[in-house]
Design a binder for this molecule. Structure first.
Ligand SMILES: NC(=O)c1ccc[n+]([C@@H]2O[C@H](COP(=O)([O-])OP(=O)(O)OC[C@H]3O[C@@H](n4cnc5c(N)ncnc54)[C@H](OP(=O)(O)O)[C@@H]3O)[C@@H](O)[C@H]2O)c1
Length: 274
């Protein structure tokens, strides 16, 4: 039976581990976790599941067949340098944004993949993006896909499109929340509705819209057409969005892509001075 190592136990690691254990995809004794600090999150996990091993990076290196590195981007390469996996075939997966396969393979000779998680996998949905280095064989790819399928749809993505795709899979829950927060505030400014009412109404509209899109296989355009009849009231609102949103979303892409580049430069710099 395979042993899975987790390095860093923040919100993403917790999401994966909880889903795997709760759905019996892996057993607690297959897990080795290494963290910098013992958090409340880790305590709660250990209380609920007996048999998980808390280990040093070197203990983890001795036994693991698959290791997920779940630390912030600037910490990933330093962790890789400490990871001397005993099993030649052991597979490493980095979940960090902006740390490229090129960089990762400079710091390990093991097969290495990138996986971009999404917060929505905590409720068993969302798209997981993956990219593999050349040395990742079919069996490794399939094992990773099997694990990630527990809580998401898995899509392989070329690295040059990874950042833009991450905006749509990984950052989008934040973007969507920010947009609806603005819509709720506008409702309060422009009507007698309370913020509490606005949040409730929009939250269920959001949930239902997602279900209509997925379960009925409707496109965005079809959904707009179903609600916004020609000459009707909703159409007026849709037109405001169609006029004003392109600029906002172009800016969103420009700014986020710039930030990815900056982060990549920071990672390069830190790597050079290492
Ligand atoms: N959150 C998302 O939606 C999302 C989406 C896509 C990708 N990611 C990627 O997932 C990774 C983890 O994100 P997260 O949201 O799970 O973060 P998080 O909740 O802040 O957890 C980060 C973990 O890394 C550890 N850590 C921080 N700095 C470290 C260092 N210098 N050396 C060793 N360990 C360190 C933290 O330990 P302490 O408790 O000791 O601080 C914590 O266990 C990031 O690389 C991020 O780019 C996140």
């Amino acid at each position: 039976m395979e042993t899975i190592g987790i390095i860093g136990y923040g919100s993403m690691a917790d999401m994966m581990v909880q889903k795997w254990l709760n759905r019996d995809v892996i057993e607690a004794h297959q897990l080795m976790i290494h963290t910098r600090s013992e958090t409340e999150r880790l305590h709660q996990l250990m209380q609920r599941h007996q048999g998980i091993q808390i280990s040093s990076i070197s203990e983890l290196s001795e036994s693991c067949d698959l290791v997920f590195i779940c630390v912030p981007p600037l910490a990933v390469l330093g962790i890789l340098d400490q990871l001397h996996l005993k099993k030649e075939e052991a597979h490493i997966v980095s979940v960090a944004a902006a740390v490229t396969l090129d960089k990762l393979t400079q710091h390990t000779h093991h097969p290495v993949s990138r996986y971009i998680p999404t917060l929505t996998s905590a409720v068993g949905t969302g798209v997981s993006l993956v990219a593999h280095s050349k040395s990742v064989g079919k069996e490794h790819q399939e094992r990773l896909e099997r694990l990630l399928s527990t809580f998401s749809i898995v899509r392989e993505m070329e690295e040059d499109r990874m950042n833009a795709a991450s905006n749509l899979t990984s950052s989008s829950p934040g973007f969507i929340a920010a947009i609806f927060d603005e819509m709720a505030s506008a409702a309060v400014r422009n009507s007698g509705l309370s913020l509490v009412e606005a949040y409730e109404f929009l939250t269920y509209a959001l949930l239902g819209t997602g279900q209509v899109l997925v379960e009925q296989g409707m496109t965005f355009a079809e959904t707009v057409d179903r609600v916004a009849t020609k000459g009707g009231i909703t159409r007026e609102g849709v037109e405001v969005i169609q006029q004003q949103a392109p600029r906002m979303f172009d800016d969103l892409f420009t700014q986020t892509m710039k930030k990815y580049e900056q982060l990549q430069l920071q990672i390069d710099e830190a790597d050079k001075h290492h």
